[in-house]
Structures are given as structure tokens and as C-alpha cells.
Design a protein around this ligand. Structure first.
Ligand SMILES: NC(=O)C1=CN([C@@H]2O[C@H](COP(=O)(O)OP(=O)(O)OC[C@H]3O[C@@H](n4cnc5c(N)ncnc54)[C@H](O)[C@@H]3O)[C@@H](O)[C@H]2O)C=CC1
Ligand SMILES: O=C(O)CCC(=O)C(=O)O
Length: 449
């Protein structure tokens, strides 16, 4: 094992997700480090895997029954070589330091790929919004911001949404920040349109992922039109991935949540997607309800004893994992390949295990890793920051055009970096190398800080 990885395991024991993310990047950038001894001498790698700052805090709040509840809050400010820390907040019971550190680490390279001036950060809490009333969510968000406000700012650290944090939560967080600081600034992105949000930000991660997939398909003279697709998740990223696939003439058969998944042989059309948006964004229900309205579809509950996810065991051309990390294991990857899937484009962060990624590469699939394929969300957040700074809002077409250009540029950046280091059409290596080189060159320019 590389001594750096040995040290990491000794220092940050049990941070499995963080180790996984670091090991993948280190593997890809070894030839870059070998070619540039200066990088090694300057300890860039050791500096990259140590967050600039880790903030952990108590979040006390009162539920509707008057009970005092306590959650743990996190913000990991990973790297500010390229700009203010930037990255989402995740509210989910599984959140811990390892998960936030892996997300902040990935975010650093992802933000670098966007070409926009953003450093990497991520935060969140083990708070579970599921089943909470709006008032409970509001009290939690206000308490969370009562601590977070002292660490963030429009030129310091600009959080946004992730799992469990959408427009409602961003509104409550912004309200408390504004009250404490007495200023109306672009301190958060993903804001509602009426008070500083950007058009296309809600759509950006999903749309961007499908634009990236289209770029990958172009290398084989193909398009999304007529392709059958498997999508996991049913939240923000999944919904707008489906919307763009339909827009480009593809067909989508699946959605899921943490209880189970839906397979709709006929395909999820625009009307059904509208129903899913109502279910998830307004009624906050479970995907199991889909079969009550569309009885031709099949609902399968999660069975953790299976060892694989049957959602990935259907015949299709393309897969868009859009739920959570490590949702595709080696067996799932083998099932996808066996069923004819030849393109995997990741909306979720690190949804494929390292063994699954190896299966995709061995089968010569077009495999778009998350830090490249889902970078459209944070890219449009960067555009929201620019619009807030100049106190303007750009029209929908303008933001969408910029998003398309950014995804095109990320694709060519990955292809060029992979080819420079003889990695062929390996988007993992390309994304890691290109993201890494830009960040470490900025770190070297700024000295040992
Ligand atoms: N919202 C954004 O702009 C971005 C999100 N992402 C990533 O996309 C993924 C989804 O995030 P969002 O759609 O924003 O969140 P969301 O909260 O809107 O939706 C998450 C969805 O995933 C499902 N899910 C969560 N845990 C699951 C599990 N263990 N098994 C099956 N389903 C599960 C939830 O039921 C929900 O439908 C995450 O990995 C997130 O980090 C990545 C880039 C940007
Ligand atoms: O828009 C942002 O700043 C957050 C996006 C994000 O969390 C991600 O790319 O994973």
C-alpha cells in the first residue's frame, strides 16, 4: 500500500468513504506525481487530503411535541486554492464525518473542472427531515444556521443543497443568516427565483448529467434518442435527469427511494414525471404510491439480504444513478453489463464502488464519474454567485447555454487529460488528473499555507 494511504488509514480510521475517494484520485494521478517531482517535494498530496478546516457543532431544536432534540452539524472546508469554499449541505441520518469529508474532497476536483473560481467544501447533519413538519424543519434549519453563520460568507464559503436540502431548507437557512448578519448577500445558492436564485439551478445537475452523457455518446456517433434508461432516486437530480432524457427522445423505466423501486415497462412520460414531482416535492410521499396511480408498473421493496439491487437488473442502454454513494456494487455492475447497458453517467456522488467501476472499464462502457458528470449543479451555482454579485439575473436560455458549454468543456478536458497520460477513454483518470493539476498549481502559486 502507498505510504500516503497507509498514513491516511492510521490517522482517519473508519472513514471508509473518505479513503475510497482519496484512493481513487491517488491511483489516477500517480503518473502526474512521477512526472512532476516538485509536486511531491511540496507535499501537495499530504496537504490535499487534510481539510483546511473541519467544523463540528451541536444543533439543538424543539420538536412539535415540545421535546428538545439534538443533532450534529458539520462543515468541512476542504480546499480554497481556487476560490471560496463551495458545496452543498446534506441532511440525512447516515451523515457522518467520513461522508462529509469524501464529499468535500470530491467537490474540490469537481469545482476545479467547472472552470469557475470555486474551492471545495461540504456540510450537513444527521438530522432526518423525513416525517418532520415544516415548522420542525424550520426550527432545525434556524438552529443549524445559528452556528454555521460565523464560518460562511459570500466570499468565504457558499453552501447549497444536497440530499434532504432543497428550496424549502435553503429559504429557512437564508432567513436566519440574513437576520443575524443584517445583510442580503449571495451566501447560499439554490435560492428561490424571487429572491436571488438562478434560473436552471434546480434543473442543472440532472440536465448537466444528460448533456455529459450526450457528449460521451457522440464519441460513438450516438445520441440519447431512442435509448432506454434506468434512473435511481426520485429527488432533485433524478427528476431533472428524467426530464432531459425525455426532452432528447430517450425512454426511462425506473425511479427509486430508500424503501424500494418502480419499474414501468411503458416508460415514465412527462405526465408521470409531473406526478412524481408532486409526490416528492409537495406531498413528500414514497415511490411505492406510483403503482396506485399507474397500476401497470411494478413496485419492488428493497431487500438488503439480496446482495444486489434489482433496479440495475433490467435490460437497457444507459444508467443514471441519482440516489446516493455506493448504490452500485460489483454484482450490480455485472448485471448492468449483462443486460446491455453500455453507458453509465453518475448524477449521485460516488454511486459506484471501485469494483463496479472496474467492471465498467473492463466491459469498455462509457463511464462518466460523478465529479465530471454531475458538475453542472455546482457550475450553475457558480453562475448564481456571479448573478448575485452583479445584482442581475440571466434568462433561462442564457444559463442553459452556459451549462451546455461547461459540460462540453468538462468532457473535452477529461478526454485531453486522459490522452496526455495514455489512459485512453478513461474519464475517471481524465477527471482526476485535470481537476488535480489545476488545484495543485494554484496551491503551489500560493505557497505553503
Ligand atoms: N442537488 C444537487 O445539485 C446535487 C446532488 N448531487 C448528488 O445527487 C444525489 C441525489 O441528491 P438530490 O437529488 O439532490 O437529493 P434529494 O434529497 O432531492 O433526493 C435524494 C433521493 O435519493 C433517494 N435516496 C437517498 N438515500 C437512498 C438510498 N440509500 N437508497 C435509495 N435511494 C435513496 C431519496 O429517497 C431521494 O429520492 C446525491 O448523491 C447528491 O450528493 C450531486 C451534485 C449536485
Ligand atoms: O451547488 C452547490 O454548491 C452544491 C453542489 C453539490 O453539493 C455537489 O456538486 O455535490
Amino acid at each position: 500500500m502507498d505510504p500516503i494511504i497507509q498514513q491516511l488509514h492510521a490517522k482517519d480510521q473508519d472513514q471508509h468513504e473518505f479513503h475510497q475517494a482519496v484512493e481513487e484520485v491517488l491511483e489516477s494521478v500517480k503518473p502526474v506525481l512521477d512526472r512532476n517531482l516538485w509536486y511531491r517535494q511540496q507535499g501537495v498530496w499530504e496537504r490535499l487530503i487534510e481539510p483546511e478546516r473541519v467544523i463540528m457543532f451541536r444543533v439543538p431544536w424543539v420538536d412539535d411535541e415540545g421535546n428538545v432534540r439534538v443533532n450534529r452539524g458539520f462543515r468541512v472546508e476542504m480546499n480554497s486554492a481556487l476560490g471560496p469554499y463551495k458545496g452543498g449541505l446534506r441532511f440525512h441520518p447516515s451523515v457522518n464525518l467520513s461522508i462529509i469529508k469524501f464529499l468535500a474532497f470530491e467537490q474540490t476536483f469537481k469545482n476545479s473542472l467547472t472552470t469557475l473560481p470555486m474551492g471545495g467544501g461540504k456540510g450537513g447533519s444527521d438530522f432526518n427531515p423525513k416525517g418532520c413538519s415544516d415548522f420542525e424543519v424550520m426550527r432545525f434549519c434556524h438552529s443549524f444556521m445559528l452556528e454555521l453563520y460565523r464560518h460562511i460568507g459570500p466570499n468565504t464559503d457558499v453552501p447549497a443543497g444536497d440530499i434532504g436540502v432543497g428550496a424549502r431548507e435553503i429559504g429557512y437557512l437564508f432567513g436566519m443568516y440574513k437576520k443575524i448578519k443584517n445583510e442580503f448577500t449571495g451566501v447560499l445558492t439554490g435560492k428561490s427565483l424571487g429572491w436571488g436564485g438562478s434560473l436552471i439551478r434546480p434543473e442543472a445537475t440532472g440536465y448537466g448529467n444528460v448533456y455529459f452523457a450526450s457528449e460521451m455518446l457522440t464519441t460513438r456517433d450516438q445520441t440519447i434518442e431512442g435509448k432506454s434508461c434506468l434512473v435511481s432516486g426520485s429527488g432533485n437530480v433524478a427528476q431533472f435527469t428524467i426530464e432531459k432524457i425525455l426532452d432528447l427522445g430517450g425512454k426511462v423505466h425506473t425511479i427509486s427511494d430508500s424503501d424500494g423501486y418502480i419499474y414501468d415497462e411503458e416508460g415514465i412520460d412527462c405526465d408521470k414525471l409531473g406526478w412524481i414531482k408532486q409526490l416528492k416535492n409537495i406531498r413528500r410521499g414514497r415511490v411505492a404510491e406510483y403503482v396506485e396511480t399507474y397500476p401497470q408498473a411494478v413496485y419492488t421493496p428493497i431487500d438488503p439480504t439480496l446482495g444486489y439491487n434489482p433496479l440495475w437488473d433490467h435490460s437497457a442502454d444507459c444508467a443514471f444513478p441519482s440516489a446516493t454513494q455506493n448504490e452500485i456494487n460489483e454484482q450490480d455492475a455485472k448485471n448492468l453489463v449483462k443486460n446491455g447497458v453500455f453507458l453509465i453517467s453518475e448524477g449521485a456522488n460516488m454511486p459506484s464502488s471501485p469494483e463496479a467501476v472496474a467492471v465498467f472499464h473492463d466491459a469498455n462502457c462509457l463511464y462518466g464519474p460523478s465529479k465530471a458528470a454531475n458538475a453542472g449543479g455546482v457550475a450553475v451555482s457558480g453562475l448564481e454567485m456571479s448573478q448575485n454579485t452583479i445584482r442581475m439575473s440571466w434568462p433561462r436560455e442564457e444559463v442553459d447555454t452556459r451549462l451546455k458549454q461547461i459540460m462540453h468543456s468538462i468532457h473535452s478536458t477529461c478526454v485531453d487529460a486522459a490522452s496526455e497520460y495514455n489512459y485512453g477513454q478513461n474519464y475517471v483518470a481524465g477527471a482526476n488528473i485535470a481537476g488535480f493539476v489545476k488545484v495543485v498549481n494554484a496551491m503551489l502559486d500560493q505557497g505553503v499555507v
